[in-house]
Design a protein around this ligand. Structure first.
Ligand SMILES: [Zn+2]
Length: 465
């Protein structure tokens, strides 16, 4: 068996495309079949070589290595075959040239919602400027589509107009080029998004008209956002690259994408890639729209992050802590200092980029400025307590062993004087030292930061209140 993934280059890799490619991949690999990457690049106006490279690298990131598939093959390189197929359909009397404009068709039918009326069917027009090629659809009977996911769907032939195969300028349209390429690449299973379902009866007619047995169709459910709207690149974050850059792990991302429309048996969700490939069942893919749930994806990513061995977590998170993305001077970063807090960060972040704000207090010259945190903790009614807390710990911090447990005791004791529980007591200390109300466990953080820098920041914050 042979499958294909056939994206149009658009400048980014849509998460829906990523899901389609993974489903094709899993299906092919578990059956020892071939996977073809075909770039549908015939729309030359919106097509650049680097976009193809983007697709290849995004696939490689997800684990679909170039050595594991055929291609990329380019649709634009197959133009001769597309045109030859058009010629065959004309020769068989199954396609004809049409000279009508849309306005003329509407003038005849009197209904702008109606399709083509077949006016040129038997005029015997030859090829010429402004003439599109149309497929002559059957007037009676039905075209029965069998879809592995959707079952058997009959389409009434009379409801399918004579559709266009080539544009008026002679260029071959998607419906024909896509079928000719599938035939040429001996594709046996067409697995793609639901948005193509309406193309199937027409494409099936072309397959049969060219004398081939149709492939197995499988149309995957559409991806929707939390409002049940189809994902849109204007409204939703759909670029796989954006999630990659935010610090999603490839293995978490592909695990999550495999769950969009399919579920492994039992309550299992987090599974190693080879198991996902082995257990995936195309015919068990769900019909209903699949919710692209970023919160859930993030939770799964967090689980993957926590499961990393400590050393690997450090190795894989460190790129986020280097220039140019990191907000501190490059020489201020210390791998040793980071290693001391990395285990604290590992249990708390959902994506790798969140590590930067959780450890920046160690590498910035001054703590980060977060106005909301300062206002909440250090101003208004909170100001008196905050000042008292900072004065108190400034005194006690000078003389204690600089270890998390002694620091904790000092903060607890100071809090007791103001009748504050530990959580409230540590807030002004945290904001003074890290700039924020939330972050890594405070006392361990202060131990790593060191007594000198901690006390400098407490003094500076106290002066600001
Ligand atoms: Zn016509």
């Amino acid at each position: 068996m042979r499958v294909r993934f056939a994206p149009s280059p658009t400048g980014m890799f849509h998460v829906g495309s990523a899901r389609t490619s993974l489903f094709n991949w899993a299906f092919a690999k578990q059956r020892g079949g071939a996977f073809v990457l075909r770039i549908e690049d015939t729309d030359a106006s919106r097509n650049r070589p680097e976009w193809t490279e983007g697709i290849i690298s995004a696939m490689a990131w997800l684990g679909m290595d170039r050595s594991g598939y055929e291609g990329p093959v380019f649709q634009s390189a197959n133009t001769d075959k597309h045109e030859a197929a058009a010629g065959q359909l004309i020769a068989k009397g199954l396609a004809y040239y049409c000279a009508c404009t849309r306005e003329q068709v509407v003038a005849r039918t009197g209904d702008e919602h109606k399709g083509y009326d077949g006016f040129c069917r038997d005029l015997g027009l030859g090829q010429g400027a402004g003439r599109a090629l149309r497929f002559r659809t059957a007037d009676e009977g039905s075209t029965v589509v069998t879809d592995l996911i959707r079952g058997t769907i009959p389409f009434d032939n009379a409801a399918i107009d004579d559709f266009t195969l080539t544009r008026a300028n002679g260029s071959v349209l998607f419906l024909l080029a896509n079928v000719v390429d599938d035939i040429d690449q001996r594709i046996t299973h067409v697995i793609r998004g639901e948005e193509h379902l309406s193309n199937v009866p027409k494409q099936q007619m072309i397959w049969e008209a060219l004398g081939y047995e149709t492939p197995v169709w499988a149309h995957l459910p559409v991806l929707v956002n939390d409002k049940r709207q189809k994902l849109s690149k204007r409204r939703d974050k759909v670029a796989l690259e954006a999630y990659r850059d935010e610090g999603y792990l490839a293995e978490a991302m592909r695990n999550y994408l495999m769950l969009l429309g399919w579920a492994p048996a039992g309550d299992r969700e987090i599974l190693p890639w080879p198991v996902l490939v082995e257990e995936f069942r195309l015919d068990q893919v769900n019909l209903s729209p699949a919710f692209f749930d970023v919160k859930k994806m993030r939770a799964i990513n967090g689980d993957y992050i926590r499961a990393l061995p400590a050393e690997e977590f450090i190795a894989r998170s460190t790129p986020w802590l280097s220039s140019p993305g990191a907000p501190w001077r490059p020489e201020a970063f210390s791998a040793e200092v980071y290693a001391a807090v990395a285990p604290l960060a590992q249990t708390r972040v959902g994506v790798m980029s969140e590590i930067v704000p959780s450890v920046d207090f160690l590498f910035l010259d001054e703590p980060a400025e977060d106005e909301a945190s300062w206002t909440k903790t250090m101003t208004g009614q909170a100001a008196v307590t905050a000042a008292g807390m900072l004065d108190s710990v400034a005194g006690s911090f000078a003389g204690i062993p600089w270890q998390a447990d002694s620091i904790r005791t000092a903060v607890e004791d100071a809090g007791a004087r103001f009748d504050l529980k530990l959580g409230k007591a540590q807030a002004p200390v945290r904001v003074a030292v890290t700039g924020r109300t939330t972050g890594l466990p405070l006392f361990e953080s202060l131990e790593v930061l060191g007594r000198k820098r901690t006390m400098e920041r407490i003094t500076a914050a106290r002066a600001r209140i």
